[in-house]
Design a protein around this ligand. Structure first.
Ligand SMILES: [Zn+2]
Length: 300
């Protein structure tokens, strides 16, 4: 089993059809009897009592008030085209259940549903925050099945594509201890691996070393990539790294962290076995949870 098999939000079974979504092909997909659209409202998907996405045929959306980008082509699930619609109202279509926060219900969803919801949310969020052309300020239009935006001004015609922001997230290890921290305002007792955005001009290793030093005053070496995760809040690529600490005297930067501590392997194992309460662990859908499990099983 690889990390991709178990990493929440990864492992989508869809063919994204990056080269097969011309206007004619999209029209064809939309009309197929097998086509289905999942439903979003304000960044939340409609979820049935069974924990699956509620799906309707795209023709049921005719006459509904859809917000820009209206409908996204998510890809092919075998021969079944899958779309995602952005509903203006939450009572537009009779539903068995409510629109629910992916962050709140993610731990109860199967991996395929989680991957589908996460990708749709990232694309919808990108559209919402990039309505206007970054070059000239004109209102852009969605194109390519919702996978780009195009500026309508003849003298501009800029094309804009969904962006993914790289973030390093690291297991900092010293002997049998791991460094965990908590941000300001986090729920009481909650601790996680340190993380931060990669800056322009940095490698993954350099970003890891800088973030750990900035946030906790710990110098690190032997940085090694372990696994990555698409994280749709709103659109990060989490890059999981393991590294060794060169010093242990933590100096918390209060602008970045509320607290940081070393925890022993036994303490972390007890938290994951729910027999200890040294801290509250990261949720299952977060890569931090998977990285800590990996460290418990594999070590450095
Ligand atoms: Zn423009």
């Amino acid at each position: 089993m690889t990390f991709t098999d178990i990493m929440p939000f990864a492992g989508s079974p869809l063919d994204f059809c990056e080269t097969k979504r011309s206007p004619e092909e999209l029209q064809h997909y939309m009309a197929l009897p097998a086509a289905r659209a999942i439903l979003f409202h304000k960044g939340k998907p409609a979820v049935g009592q069974d924990g699956k996405a509620i799906r309707v045929h795209p023709s049921e959306l005719i006459g509904q008030n859809l917000l820009d980008p209206h409908i996204i082509f998510m890809g092919l699930d075998g021969n079944r085209p899958i779309f995602a619609a952005n509903l203006a109202k939450d009572d537009a279509i009779t539903l068995e259940s409510d629109f629910q926060s992916i962050r709140e219900i993610g731990g109860r969803l199967d991996s395929e549903t989680l991957a589908l919801f996460g990708r749709a949310k990232s694309i919808f969020d990108w559209h919402k925050d990039h309505m206007c052309c970054a070059k000239c300020g004109a209102q852009c239009s969605p194109a390519d099945g919702g996978h780009k935006r195009v500026c309508p001004r003849p003298e501009c015609q800029a094309e804009h594509f969904p962006r993914v922001n790289p973030v390093v997230i690291m297991l900092v290890v010293k002997d049998d201890k791991v460094l965990l921290g908590r941000g300001p305002g986090w729920p009481e007792g909650f601790m996680s691996t340190l993380a931060g955005f990669v800056s322009p001009g940095e490698t993954i290793e350099e970003a890891t070393a800088r973030e750990v030093l900035e946030e906790a005053g710990i110098r690190t070496k032997n940085h090694r990539y372990i696994a990555s995760q698409p994280w749709p809040f709103p659109s990060q690529l989490m890059i999981g790294v393991i590294c060794e600490a060169e010093n242990t005297d933590i100096q918390v930067n209060p602008d970045e962290l509320e607290d940081a501590q070393w925890f022993s392997r036994d303490e972390v194992a007890a938290v994951f076995a729910k027999t200890g309460n040294a801290f509250r662990r990261p949720p299952r859908i977060a890569i931090a949870h998977q990285l800590l499990k990996h460290w418990l099983q594999e070590g450095l």
